[in-house]
Ligand binder design. Structure first.
Ligand SMILES: Nc1nc2c(ncn2[C@@H]2O[C@H](COP(=O)(O)OP(=O)(O)OP(=O)(O)O)[C@@H](O)[C@H]2O)c(=O)[nH]1
Ligand SMILES: [Mg+2]
Length: 642
């Protein structure tokens, strides 16, 4: 039986007091609720958000008759569309008198910066591993972070309902991973549950009846330590809290979330914010305190050390700042975040079609928006490189793609450069180092050869290769990030869409030398207007088109890929009368190969240094930086000279 926390009054109860339902002090009414803070961590798609759905339902946080969508915590537009979690989010449920604050984390490697920070505010983690996919790169990453913080995970082998599940082998691999990551004896003594998050059950033993998630709830309450800060709860200690996430609310303004490290906070109290170097960022009043309750956030009057809360009322404080009592001088230690490895340049859209589809087009507006992003997202860095051009550095193509897609939906028009990796110099030798990734590939055996060949030409080294059964191989490479840009599309084609590739930052290594760029040239429009079907039919013989008849085009716009390695100027407006080529079809009713226009991320990964992606709320266009042929020649000559 866990010892009740003396000073903790449930915020629910605090609300009840305010409403006159109860009075503090009377023995039977004081609710001494225990707390557990946990994060759910796993590789992408291993079922975290789906499991949270059922934790919410079975704890009663979502009523039986309440209509909620599947993966309810993924409520942002892009999360729903892409089917992945992008932002870590808090929720909270009650289980036999204990309040469990749960943080659902993103599994994709590009959002790993989030996971690292989140782990600093919890006292336990539930590590999910898909019984069929077993241990994957991000499993290793999140587990290594959790172990380093001294946390003992509760291991849940998930998706047991899958017919291709291999729970026994998966458990062995998990154990090996704990050993490889140098888990201590306390951590190696982890508990294991088998579950189907989607069916809403967990069991300690595969033969037990599969009824509910009660075994998981009980395990959390029993295994996860009570938050350490509760020892310093109450008004005798000064209030301190490290800000872990930041969001903008249309009504409340900035909302800062974190775990209270010491003391207590009451609504409207005067507090201050300290930056990690101890500078006073601002003094303000906490005008609103919010607790997490299921899918809702409820206002509360007071919160104490150990609890996770959201605070509104501050204007400048941000992630990694310490919110504290005005008497406090020392900030809480924050956790260093892995550095960004990839950067793009975002600049004003200056194409001939600029300003027609978006209303946020000026450099100043773009700058303000990017500054706001860099503030709330510690994994992103911003630098002004040129007049109206900003270098945005982050963790990967998906993270930067999500940012650009968000801005596009807000009405921005932008020009995006080819991504480039960020180098580092060795402190001792001064040698140039580049980011290396661990790439794990699962493919049908017949495709293993082509994948090895392609990754090798991109300077990747094969580290491990083994059969995973059912005619599949798992290949592990160490490859420079630089060589992997744009490779995913080729990989999907080479493996006929059946391959799965996962990438994870591994470390820095000496520069691996030149890597050849795109093997094919592009088809460039020499004209402006609306593309004509007949002309496209003619051009189609030269390669692969990105546009369809009727698409608005301009001089210097890239309309397709050449089948050869050189760039080719073409005229997509040329009408039939000007040529003597005959077609079997009547007039304009030419039959064109269906076009799948490249997505935003594909486009960004595709372009070369002398090209740009033009992004507007309605269109994604590829273009040459220099639109006119003679300007391109001049730029080429200049580039060759130096
Ligand atoms: N068979 C089976 N599928 C599941 C189970 N749990 C989740 N899934 C499916 O796995 C996919 C991913 O589920 P999510 O809950 O979004 O996974 P996630 O770990 O939150 O993913 P990220 O947040 O993007 O890392 C969805 O298609 C789910 O329906 C399960 O227990 N069994
Ligand atoms: Mg998720």
């Amino acid at each position: 039986m866990p010892r009740p926390i003396r000073t903790y009054i449930s915020p629910d109860f605090a609300v009840a007091i305010k409403c006159g339902f109860a009075s503090p002090g009377s023995d039977e009414t004081i609710s001494l609720m225990d707390i557990r803070n946990i994060a759910i961590i796993a590789h992408v798609d291993h079922g975290k958000t789906t499991l949270v759905d059922h934790l919410l339902k079975q704890s009663g946080a979502i009523r039986d008759n309440q209509q909620v969508q599947e993966r309810a915590m993924d409520y942002n537009d892009q999360e729903r569309e892409r089917g992945i979690t992008i932002l870590a989010k808090c929720t909270s449920v009650e289980w036999s008198g204990t309040r469990i604050n749960i943080v659902d984390t993103p599994g994709h490697a590009d959002f790993g910066g989030e996971v690292e920070r989140i782990l600093s505010m919890v006292d336990g983690v539930v590590l999910l591993v898909d019984a069929a996919e077993s241990v994957m790169p991000q499993t290793k990453f999140v587990l290594s972070k959790a172990l380093k913080l001294g946390l003992k995970p509760i291991v849940v082998i998930n998706k047991i309902d899958r017919s291709d599940g291999r729970p026994k082998e998966t458990l062995e691999e998990i154990f090996d991973l704990f050993l490889a990551l140098e888990a201590n004896d306390y951590q190696l003594d982890f508990h294991v549950l088998y579950a189907s998050g989607r069916q809403g059950w967990a069991v300690a033993d595969l033969d037990s009846p599969r009824e509910s998630l009660a075994p998981l709830f009980d395990r959390i309450v029993a295994d996860v330590p009570r938050p350490k800060p509760v020892a310093q709860a109450g008004d005798d200690y000064p209030f301190t809290m490290l800000v872990t996430t930041l969001e903008a609310d249309p009504y409340l303004g900035r909302i800062l979330t974190g775990r209270i490290e010491s003391g207590a906070i009451t609504v409207n109290r005067q507090i201050k914010a300290l930056s990690s170097d101890g500078r006073v960022v601002e003094r303000a009043r906490a005008t609103k305190l919010l607790s997490f309750r299921g899918l809702a956030r409820v206002p509360t009057d007071r919160a104490e050390a150990g609890d996770i809360v959201a605070i509104a009322g501050l204007e400048d404080a941000t992630v990694a700042d310490t919110l504290c009592d005005i008497t406090v001088e020392m900030p809480l230690p924050g956790h260093p975040i892995d550095p960004p490895t990839l950067a793009i340049t975002i600049s004003v859209n200056d194409s001939p079609l600029a300003g027609r589809e978006g209303d946020k087009v000026q450099s100043r507006v773009i700058r303000d928006r990017l500054l706001r992003e860099a503030e709330g997202n510690v994994a992103i860095r911003l630098r002004e490189v040129d007049d109206g051009a900003y270098e945005v550095a982050g963790r990967g193509e998906l993270q930067l793609g999500v940012l650009i897609e968000t801005m596009r939906r807000e009405g921005f028009e932008l020009a995006i450069s080819r991504p480039r990796v960020l180098y580092k110099n060795d402190d001792v030798t001064g040698q140039r180092l580049e980011p290396i990734e661990e790439v794990t590939v699962d493919v049908d055996e017949p495709y293993a050869g082509i994948v090895i060949e392609k990754v090798s030409t991109r300077k990747g080294e094969l580290r491990d290769m083994r059969s995973t059964g059912a005619g599949k191989s798992r290949l592990v490479f160490h490859a420079p990030s630089r060589g992997l840009i744009g490779y995913h599309g080729e990989f999907m084609t080479d493996t006929r869409g059946t391959g799965v590739m996962n990438r994870m930052f591994h470390g820095y290594a000496p520069h691996k030398g030149n890597i050849d760029g795109r093997s094919k040239g592009v088809l460039i429009s020499t004209n402006e207007g609306e593309a004509v079907a007949y002309a496209l039919w003619y051009i189609e013989e030269r390669g692969k088109l990105f546009i369809v008849p009727g698409t608005r085009i301009y001089k210097g716009m890239i309309i397709g890929e050449n089948a050869r390695d050189n760039d080719l100027d073409v005229n997509p407006l040329k009408s039939k009368q000007l040529t003597n080529i005959r077609t079997h079809s009547k007039d304009e009713a030419v039959r064109l190969t269906p076009v799948i226009p490249p997505t935003l991320e594909q486009s960004i990964a595709y372009i070369e240094d002398d090209e740009l992606v033009e992004v507007t709320p309605k269109s994604i266009r590829l273009r040459k930086r220099a639109l006119l042929p003679h300007m391109r020649k001049k730029a080429e000559a200049e580039a060759e000279q130096g």
